[in-house]
Design a protein around this ligand. Sequence first.
Ligand SMILES: NC(=O)c1ccc[n+]([C@@H]2O[C@H](COP(=O)([O-])OP(=O)(O)OC[C@H]3O[C@@H](n4cnc5c(N)ncnc54)[C@H](O)[C@@H]3O)[C@@H](O)[C@H]2O)c1
Length: 361
Amino acid sequence: MKLEEFYKNKRIIITGNTGFKGSWLTKLLLQSQAQVIGLALEPPSQPNLFTILNLESQIYRFNHDIRDSEAVTRIFQQTQPEIVFHLAAQPLVRDSYEQPLFTWQTNLLGTVNVLEAIRKTPAVKAAVMITTDKVYENKEWIWGYRENDELGGYDPYSGSKAAAELAVKSYRRSFFNPNDYLTKHQTLIATARAGNVIGGGDWAKDRLVTDIVRSIFEKKEVITLRNPQAIRPWQFVLEPLLGYITLAKRLYEGEKAFADAWNFAPDDSNFITVEELVKQAIAISEQGSYQIQADPNKHETNLLKLDAMKSKSQLGWRPRLDINETLNWTFDWYKNFYQNEEMQSSTSRQITEFLGLAGET
Ligand SMILES: NC(=O)c1ccc[n+]([C@@H]2O[C@H](COP(=O)([O-])OP(=O)(O)OC[C@H]3O[C@@H](n4cnc5c(N)ncnc54)[C@H](O)[C@@H]3O)[C@@H](O)[C@H]2O)c1
């Protein structure tokens, strides 16, 4: 069964629905006629995709803090979702140095609160908990990290996300053990690790694409690179989202082996340095310039590669866009936005085209 058909009329809760990835996921699922429930704070930036796509009017929205355990459980019990995508987080490394406590509370205890709510809501059949590629203990080696590699995390963001992985694993073993599926419980839970997602509609501060967009399209300050030689796995936002919804479907269908951790990473050609990405963005946009200004106070990793072999071989997932297409799709979106085009239909068009490439239409 195609994904669009599967998601029709499913009741789905998305935490972090007002954010960049949450808004794309909401739009994607609404296109499949799913019923979407959102649980998040206000959108994290101005402008933001949630408002641009007018998603508020198309979903059941709860404006709550996931650190509030009682509220989270109450919302789950009230709405009885069948599928959970947990994306709510404080997702910025630099902010995690400014606000370590908020970061840990949101990323770790927020995840535990969602796990508790799931435990108390038997209607939930599948949950995909989103962490990051930064959960691995980074050894700065050339090989890609596999799902069973050591977890770690240097800064409060990475550490709190690695801790969220452990919390999910502990809940899975204790309360949602695949061996007890359908005898003691009816929920399968997985984690999904991806990184450096780019696409239209992200204005989060401290993100490279935001800096590029502000510089090129808003003619604000010159793009400043803090760590130009850092190699990152750039991927278009719909790539990991396709992974998440494929994974949730398999869990929902009762495939116990899928209740595990999954990497979603681009092919090797999409692992390029920050500086190369900026140069390509400037070439595509035919404008803009950059400067290099290292921040000696902040630790940043230079090399971080993920191995997505498991997702490819077992889930049948694979990346669809190469680095040029990834950048073209991203900057086309912003170009349309800054030319005041109507963004609902151009966003829908990208989703439809992407699902077509993935053989899902
Ligand atoms: N964007 C990336 O490149 C990237 C890479 C790896 C992992 N991730 C993960 O993907 C998820 C989504 O990231 P994003 O880029 O869309 O982030 P974002 O900042 O755009 O959105 C974050 C969302 O979380 C919500 N949120 C934050 N704190 C909250 C709280 N205390 N209570 C309730 N809601 C809260 C915000 O309201 C927002 O809806 C996060 O878990 C992030 O760690 C993102």
